[in-house]
Design a protein around this ligand. Structure first.
Ligand SMILES: NC(=O)C1=CN([C@@H]2O[C@H](COP(=O)(O)OP(=O)(O)OC[C@H]3O[C@@H](n4cnc5c(N)ncnc54)[C@H](OP(=O)(O)O)[C@@H]3O)[C@@H](O)[C@H]2O)C=CC1
Ligand SMILES: O=C1OC[C@@H](O)[C@H](O)[C@H]1O
Length: 371
């Protein structure tokens, strides 16, 4: 048997999700999950603020490992810590960069990485607008570099299994309607990134994109729709003080299959348990009780009979997208068919339409293209 392909990660920033991503890679290594074809090494962590913050992420990861009885010291002792993102992309040891800066910085950080010939896994929402998304995808293609939006949801076994059952087996018959919600209460703190237009805040880009992701997973991708773009109608409740969307409702109709989708999100409330995703068809329905970003299990009812399907995903599950990234880079695939750039661009264009329909604008420097 050939040895597993090892991929070397560089991490941009030390925020919440970077910490979760790094911990997922280290605390749940592939062999503990039955994965034998790829392995991950974190080789560099850069903070835009200070080298000390990068070291603090390492210290927290060691402490978390200790608390879980997982020895990660050995794996972390050679990690380079940097006080800038530039140093990460100049590090020759780094194969791929994971970028999870605030939304408004995704585009410029990704340009920095691609221009320094690094493969990139870029957090959701991919960019502030479609023009930026298209620009990044063209650049990655020109430079023959892997680029993917980190929509981890798409890699959950529950989702892959459902796609097979709903599309290949037509388990619930023709898909008629998809309803999805991702709402998280976020106290109105106008200095928080979700309330800052200058950081591309608002519920749509931060949370609503997950609800739209379900519409795309089972509406756009439905073979009956043949990847046709949806008709989009939306309405948003804006924050009275700052120009961000507090709650948003989007209706989509996929013209190939006539599937209706209702995608909602809010920062005023948290999705009630049991109300994340519902997919309804002629013969039955699928419920994903929670949550639209990290599906735990699904319940499928066919002709009145209900079955619950569970898959064990320990930790957060960010390693699923990381494993897939490693496989693509190993196989020289620059656009992951499980999360293709075309779909990212098209979902971004839906978000552009929603913002346009509701007068949600970001400052010019957030929306601009950089050449
Ligand atoms: N896939 C998922 O489930 C999730 C994805 N996300 C996405 O990840 C990204 C980051 O979210 P999250 O980790 O919650 O964010 P945090 O606020 O926790 O961290 C962001 C980090 O980015 C760096 N940064 C650089 N410039 C700025 C700036 N101007 N203001 C604030 N921070 C800055 C800082 O790190 P440093 O000083 O070290 O450079 C900061 O700690 C977002 O795009 C979000 O949409 C978020 C949550 C879940
Ligand atoms: O990616 C995310 O997932 C969970 C949400 O609550 C969060 O706001 C978002 O950034």
């Amino acid at each position: 048997m050939s040895s597993p392909f090892n991929i070397k990660w560089g991490i941009f920033n030390t925020g919440n999700i970077s910490e979760s991503f790094v911990q997922d890679l280290l605390l749940y290594p592939p062999h503990t999950r039955g994965v034998t074809d790829v392995t991950h090494t974190v080789v560099a962590i850069g903070s835009g603020t200070s080298k000390a913050k990068a070291q603090a992420l390492i210290d927290t990861t060691i402490a978390t490992g200790d608390a879980k009885n997982v020895d990660v010291r050995d794996q972390l002792k050679n990690v380079k810590t940097y006080g800038s993102y530039e140093e990460v992309v100049k590090d020759e040891n780094v194969d791929v960069v994971y970028i999870s800066t605030p939304n408004a910085l995704h585009y410029s950080c990704c340009l920095l990485a691609l221009n320094n010939n690094k493969h990139v896994l870029l957090e959701k929402p991919f960019t502030a607008n479609t023009a930026q998304a298209v620009h990044l995808s063209i650049l990655a293609k020109q430079k023959n570099l892997f680029l993917m939006e980190a929509v981890w949801t798409k890699f959950f076994p529950q989702v892959l299994d459902l796609q097979k059952r709903l599309f290949e087996d037509r388990a619930i018959g023709k898909i008629r309607r998809i309803s999805a919600d991702l709402s998280r209460f976020a106290a109105t703190d106008l200095t928080h990134k979700k309330y800052m237009p200058s950081l591309a805040g608002g519920t749509l880009l931060n949370q609503g994109m997950y609800a739209l992701t379900w519409a795309f997973l089972f509406g756009y991708r439905d073979p009956e729709n043949q990847h046709q773009l949806p008709i989009v109608r939306s309405i948003a409740v804006k924050n009275p003080q700052v120009d961000v969307d507090q709650s948003v409702g989007v209706f989509l109709v996929f013209p190939g299959s006539n599937t209706l989708c209702v995608a909602t999100s809010s920062m005023d409330i948290t999705t009630a348990s049991g109300h994340s995703v519902l997919i309804e068809g002629d013969r039955g329905f699928v419920e994903i009780p929670r949550s639209a970003n990290r599906p735990e299990y699904y319940k499928i009812t066919i002709d009145g009979k209900t079955e619950t399907v569970n898959f064990d995903v320990p930790g957060y599950g960010f390693y699923l997208e990381a494993d897939s990234t490693a496989r693509c880079i190993r196989d020289k695939i620059i656009d992951n068919p499980l999360c293709p750039l075309k779909e990212t661009i098209e979902l971004t264009s839906v978000m552009d339409q929603v913002r346009q329909q509701n007068g949600i604008r970001f400052p010019t420097d957030v929306e601009d293209l950089i050449y």
